[in-house]
Every structure is written in C-alpha cells, then in structure tokens.
Design a protein around this ligand. Sequence first.
Ligand code: FE
Length: 241
Amino acid sequence: MARAGGPGTDTARQDFLTAAAAAAGATTAPDLAHAQAHDHGAQKLPSDVALRVKSLESLLIEKGIVDSAALDALVDAYEHEIGPHNGARVVARAWVDPAYKQRLLADGTAAIAELGYGGSNGVDVRVLENTPRVHNLVVCTLCSCYIWAVLGLPPLWYKSPPYRSRAVIDPRGVLREFGTVLPEDIEVRVWDSTAEQRYMVLPERPTGSEALSEEALAALVTRDAMIGVAKAMPPETGIRS
Ligand code: FE
C-alpha cells in the first residue's frame, strides 16, 4: 500500500542514524567484551552476538539441520554476488533501453529476472519511477522487507525504528537528513514494503550523463538512490560509496 507523504514540517529533527547505531550497539554487549579484553591483556574477544551466532551455527551443523557448505555458499553469495551493483545494472539498462524500462515499470519481477536476478519466490517487485514531479521513498514500517536480490542486505538505518516511523510521518525531513532537499512542488510518495510486495526506486537519469555507457551509468546508481533517500550521482562524481 502506498502512502502519499505531505510536505515536511520544521519540528525538531531526531538523528535517527545515531539512534540506530546506538540501538545496534546496545545489543552487542560492548562493555563486557571491552572489559574482558582488558583483563586478558591484548587478547580480543568476539562480540557477544558473534559468539551466539557461532554457537547456533555449530549446533545446527552438529544436529544435521544445516550443511556448512550451504551456509558458506550463502554467505559468499551475499558478500560477492548479491548487492546493489545488481540493482544498478537494472537501472542503467532502463535508462538506455526504453522498451526495457517499460517492461520494468509494468512488471518489475519479470524484468529484473530478465537480467538474471531473482530467487525471491512469491515476492512481487514493483519499480517506482522518479520524475521531475514525483519522488518515491521506500520503507518497511513493520520490519525490514527489502529487495535482497538486487539491493543485497538492508543497511542498519533501514531497519531502525526511527527511519521506519519517520519516513512515513516526515519523509521530507528524513530526505533532508540524507542530503536530499526537494522543492515543495515535488510530490513525495512513501511506499510501505511487505513480505509479498517490495519496491525499488528507478532514480532519474542525471543530467550530463547522455554520453556515458551503460556500465558507466550503473556506477552512478547507489543503493540509497534505489531506496529513494538519495538521487543518482552526477557523472563527475561517479564513484559509488
Ligand atoms: Fe518487513
């Protein structure tokens, strides 16, 4: 379901990125690990979460519930194959191929699969086109639904309660904190992802990029631009962060 966001307010801004980082830190028991490291000289202990994950993994392998090779393959895929570079290729193709763009906007799942990305059974992907009049922003207010196949793993802030609530309440304020300041006459649309329905933003092709190759265009497309908190980078800065 889409929720159209209205103009932003100038009420006190919360730094949700800081809040998200603080919330994540609170779950890793850094004080304990830190104290233990001091007790044992230069010895560094893994975080509490890392130890718990390792224990859980060992138990699942020991009981034959999961296969360690399958786990390794999964981790390797998310580290090397799956990520926002896939989504960037989709966007760049849409920028250079009007027929592909049409298919992408009509049926995101099928058009993304044309480029070999998919694997999310039962997930319907809708691609939202940014235009000079409309800017789209994606959130999952309930949890962290995200298009893994083309964007990889979601960033910490995407999963944070402040982003999830404020993207709906004050989308322009959130965009400003990402450095994206939109004129008041541009309509901001906020799209709430679910397990079955996920969204990806097709950012506007930057001006001055007319002569670039499809590959060079893909380098201008960031993860944040495909979530909608940023625009695609201008050609002269074409280094993805
Ligand atoms: Fe979710």
